[in-house]
Design a protein around this ligand. Structure first.
Ligand code: DSN
Length: 483
């Protein structure tokens, strides 16, 4: 584990906790133990997952969970929030210093919540613009029902321009299954058809034509860096607010792998994130903002959020403190270096990567050259002990359900201590499985898009070989649930 911890103390803590739980519902205690066993025994390559430290995990299991704390530090709707104030202030202070942000809001429960807080902040800030203030509206809370009806109509005409889902954008960046797709008229920018890279001139042209209120940057399956200085220039040219969703790569920003034009925080009006991906904190979200948006972001609860999860805010404070250490900076650099090793390991064995490589924590492998859909590849790999997720590739012929790719991320296995050699070996195992796999016959003739077949023994062999890599790099070394 690249974040040092006291294994004997953590073993005692977890054993005691499981004893207490087992006395009430033994099946839950067993499931918790089994989850650790399962996570220890597979090659976890899901790009949005990680392993938080025992300190982060243990911070969530306590009486902060029992406290209501709607409002903000020092201005709560409930009495007795002095200790919540302490942990929320600490989390916000650490986040501001970690990311060099003027303002931090650590209450969002998830990335979707963080984006919703950001969207409402932009709308509220615009609504309270001088013209409205002159008309007597000082605060959105002063609006009458009729005003709200008029504003809802106006919201329908607000435009959000984000990265297209099929080139790696995220559902919460204006797509229909998410509320953002209903709040905003949505436009999207793609990537260059040959290079697969963001074409900033094309983004600029699209922004000039579409005139968005919000220009959204950030991704969940784009394997490259984004130039946020250029994105801000484009936003300024068209009078848009730049929101960057850095959920996937927040750990690379915190660890100073992404600096200068590639660090979103100085350029974005608002930056949103989750805290549990490459940042390796508890499951949750956060918003960073320039000063002019701070008071609007602060209204997140109760505007769009339920009561803050104080136990998770406490764990965010611990995770941000960890992310400020030199060990975390080394970890973040290793995440990026390991992604390059994984990419090179796949390409030298015949794999095809979207954009031809990686500059962040993820690799997008196009599996059509193996004669498979993404769904078949995902299933063949997981049955061989390699956990990934299927993902669309640009202009995917198999659509968003079956897809033609698998997304592979390095944050989790890097937390286990994997380095270049282990990721090269991981690439070898992936290619071995995908080369041996083929589409299964469909009952109605032809081949299935969902089912795959593997020659006997391959899955078992690869699982055993993956096990050797895992045993050499144990998850939470020394942490034992039984004496
Ligand atoms: N579900 C996350 C991912 O896997 O990328 C993003 O929300």
């Amino acid at each position: 584990m690249s974040q040092p911890f006291d294994a004997a103390a953590a073993s005692t803590a977890y054993r005691s906790a499981l004893d207490v739980i087992r006395a009430v519902e033994p099946r839950v205690a067993d499931a918790i133990g089994q989850e650790l066993a399962d996570q220890r025994s597979s090659l976890k390559l899901i790009a949005s997952e990680n392993y938080a430290s025992p300190a982060v995990l243990l911070t969530m299991g306590n009486w902060f969970s029992d406290k209501y704390a709607e409002g903000t530090v020092g201005h709560r709707f409930y009495a007795g929030c002095q200790n919540v104030d302490t942990v929320e202030s600490l989390a916000a202070e650490h986040a501001r210093e970690l990311f060099g942000a003027p303002y931090a809001y650590v209450q969002p429960h998830s990335g979707i919540d963080a984006n919703l807080v950001a969207f409402w902040s932009v709308l509220a800030q615009r609504l309270e613009a001088p013209a409205l203030v002159e008309a007597g509206v000082k605060n959105v809370n002063d609006l009458s029902e009729d005003d709200w009806t008029a504003l809802r109509r106006a919201f329908g005409d607000q435009r959000l321009l984000g990265m297209s889902l099929d080139v790696g954008g995220h559902l919460t960046h204006g797509f229909r299954p998410n509320i953002s797709g209903k709040m905003f008229t949505h436009g999207s920018y793609g990537t260059h058809p040959e290079t697969g890279l963001i074409d900033y001139d094309a983004v600029r042209a699209k922004a000039k034509e579409f005139k968005p209120l919000i220009l959204m940057a950030g991704y969940s399956a784009y394997p490259r860096k984004v130039n946020f200085a250029k994105m801000r220039e484009i936003a300024d040219e068209v009078g848009a607010t730049l929101i960057v969703d850095m959920a996937h790569f927040a750990g690379l920003v915190a660890g100073k792998v992404f600096t200068g034009d590639f660090d979103p925080v100085p350029f974005a009006h608002i930056t949103t994130t989750t805290t549990h991906k490459s940042l390796r904190g508890p499951r949750g979200g956060a918003v960073l903002a320039q000063h002019e948006f701070a008071e609007f972001v602060d209204r997140g609860c109760p505007m769009v959020l339920g009561g803050p999860l104080s136990h998770v805010m406490a764990a965010k404070a611990v995770a941000f403190a960890e992310a400020r250490t030199p060990e975390f900076a080394t970890y973040a650099q290793n995440v990026a270096d390991n992604a390059v090793s994984l990419a090179e390991g796949l390409t030298k064995r015949g794999g095809t990567l979207v954009t031809g490589g990686t500059e962040n924590h993820l690799v997008l492998l196009d599996v059509t050259s193996f004669g498979l859909t993404g769904r078949q590849a995902e299933s063949a790999l997981v049955d061989s002990g390699i956990v990934t997720n299927r993902n669309s590739v640009p202009r995917d012929p198999n659509g968003a359900w079956y897809t033609s790719g698998v997304r592979l991320g390095t944050p989790a296995l890097t937390s286990r201590g994997f380095g270049a050699a282990e990721f090269d070996r991981t690439a070898e195992l992936i290619v071995e499985v995908l080369t041996a796999a083929s589409a299964a016959p469909a009952p109605s003739g032809g081949t299935s898009k969902a089912k795959y077949q593997l020659p006997d023994g391959i899955a078992e062999k690869v699982r055993a070989e993956a096990g050797e890599l895992l045993d050499a790099n144990p998850l939470y070394p020394g942490l034992e649930l039984s004496k």
